[in-house]
Design a protein around this ligand. Structure first.
Ligand SMILES: Cc1cc2nc3c(=O)[nH]c(=O)nc-3n(C[C@H](O)[C@H](O)[C@H](O)COP(=O)(O)O)c2cc1C
Length: 225
């Protein structure tokens, strides 16, 4: 696959075939992803790759705690609720996904099922928990570096025919993840990535999210043309 095909073709995958993903293929993808640049080459990232029973225990724990209304306990800051353009974009992609899935605005049960799907890691056969070294927690470069490696990971996966969705939902109940993934105390949980073979018949997988234009995002200085 050409680079442009990976970048332009990749989209978040939220419906998976049950087929397992070979460990060797995940190792290959991680090796590609870890070519990502990092601040001073510190490579603050680590990965806990879960499948089978440990992952099922996390799905069950996340579901149970969410249905019981246990407040979230993430290990990352989320800031204030989005406003303005950011809120518009958040609502925009949610509308695209709900429309693809045929979930109406007033369909509370359908929406709840959709949210719980996220807490179950979209029933993917694999979940990668991205963590970072706690002694680098005070640097803003650390989440930047984790973002770089995680983006490289989902693109490397796509280049091998695998789908993925980076997500916060899977790690909002961090004690569940800590317990069943055996996260070391010197690691902070940054993000989850659901991973597996895309189910092409799952409607949300066809959603192509929008992007602002290069013009809107960029200021060019010192160019003649
Ligand atoms: C930091 C981060 C957190 C995300 N959390 C979630 C999540 O909890 N649930 C979800 O369904 N998608 C999540 N996503 C996926 C985004 O919604 C998705 O990347 C965005 O809408 C753009 O769509 P695309 O990936 O299909 O291009 C997350 C993505 C990132 C980078």
């Amino acid at each position: 696959m050409q680079f442009d095909d990976v970048i332009m073709g990749r989209r978040s995958i939220r419906g998976y075939k049950p087929d397992p993903v070979p460990k060797a293929l995940i190792e290959e993808i991680l090796a590609l992803a870890m070519r990502a640049p990092s601040s001073m080459n510190t490579q603050p990232w680590n990965f806990y790759v879960l499948s089978g029973e440990p992952l099922d225990r996390i799905r069950a724990g996340n579901t149970e705690r969410n249905l019981a209304g246990i407040p979230h306990s993430r290990e990352f800051r989320i800031g204030q609720p989005f406003e303005g353009k950011h809120r518009d974009r958040q609502v925009g992609v949610a509308k695209q996904l709900f429309s693809a899935m045929g979930i109406a605005r007033e369909d509370k049960e359908g929406r709840q099922d959709w949210v719980l799907r996220g807490f179950r890691q979209f029933d993917a056969p694999v979940c990668v928990i991205v963590t970072y070294d706690r002694n680098l927690a005070d640097s803003d470069d650390t989440p930047f570096d984790c973002g770089a490696v995680t983006t490289a990971l989902v693109n490397a996966a796509w280049s091998r025919g695998l789908g993925a969705v980076i997500n916060s939902q899977g790690i909002m109940q961090s004690p569940v993840v800590r317990e069943h993934a055996g996260i070391a105390d010197d690691q902070v949980i940054m993000k989850a990535v659901a991973l597996g073979w895309p189910d092409d018949s799952f409607p949300a997988n066809a959603v192509v999210s929008e992007r602002k234009s290069v013009d809107e995002a960029t200021v060019f200085l010192g160019f003649d043309d």
